[in-house]
Design a protein around this ligand. Structure first.
Ligand code: ATP
Length: 238
């Protein structure tokens, strides 16, 4: 069995007096595609922010590649291959697509490799190639999502955290984004995917976790979860 890449134990996060995450345990092995699903406000984004150093936490432990990453800033984590694509994408609006992709590679200094990877991003996302010199802020939501994912991939991540990549996209664009998520995973990048679209997420994933009111209430093989009556009733709208 492959090595554990991320291990979260007893994670608790509070915003002032509000407990958003109340003791979460979650483990991801290298190469897995794991999804975290749950209702609005369950604490999924907060969990991701805690992992990536964007949100401090009150109790618990997060280990990445066997070491505690408590208090480690996001850029340190990026250098070590832990990268998040936030909800709302966060592209640099006043930079072109190519400049955004180059920014993703700022922790690297292999110029030839960076250029090769930009070409690779243009192969994965032909839409970005057509618009290489367009300002990112003028692109559609789906195009910005592609760019945000491309920019994250430029840093050569080992573990990629995706927060709601399908948010606000048309069905065709959602299919495209999920196709890319599966490809990224097939190429060996470990993925943690937070998604509102539980059906698509569970179809794409190896394993899933369900979060409810700050706690993990269920976990297991993604295909088994798709067939679980409780998951079907609560999260697949059946
Ligand atoms: P969604 O699917 O709607 O994005 P989520 O599962 O990602 O939801 P979080 O965004 O983690 O949920 O929010 C968990 C809880 O923490 C919510 O009740 C939210 O209102 C609260 N919360 C999130 N961010 C803050 C903040 N900066 N300050 C105060 N409360 C916050």
């Amino acid at each position: 069995m492959s090595q554990t890449i991320l291990k979260i134990s007893g994670l608790k996060v509070a915003y002032g007096g509000i407990q958003a995450v109340k003791g979460v345990d979650l483990e991801i092995r290298e190469g897995e595609l794991v999804t975290l699903i749950g209702a609005n406000g369950a604490g999924k984004t907060t969990t991701m922010k805690a992992i990536t150093g964007l949100q401090g936490w009150a109790a618990g432990e997060v280990e990445y590649l066997g070491k505690s990453i408590k208090g480690m800033p996001s850029y340190e984590l990026l250098k070590r291959g832990l990268v998040m694509v936030p909800e709302g994408r966060g592209v640099f609006a006043r930079m072109t697509i190519t400049e955004n992709l180059k920014m993703g590679a700022y922790v690297r200094n292999d110029e030839a490799g960076i250029q090769r990877d930009i070409d690779r991003m243009f192969t994965i996302f032909p839409r970005l190639k057509e618009r290489a010199n367009q300002l990112a802020g003028t692109m559609s939501g789906g195009e910005q999502q592609m760019l945000a994912m491309g920019r994250a991939l430029m840093s050569q991540p080992k573990l990629l955290l995706l927060d709601e990549p399908s948010m606000g996209l048309s069905p065709i664009m959602v299919d495209k984004i999920f196709e890319v998520v599966r490809d990224i995973s097939a190429q060996g990048v470990t993925v943690l995917l937070v998604e509102q679209n539980a059906r698509l997420a569970l179809h794409a994933a190896d394993r899933g976790y369900v979060m409810d009111s700050g706690l993990i209430t269920m976990s297991g093989n993604a295909k088994d979860m798709l067939n679980d009556p409780k998951v079907r009733a609560a999260y697949l709208g059946e």
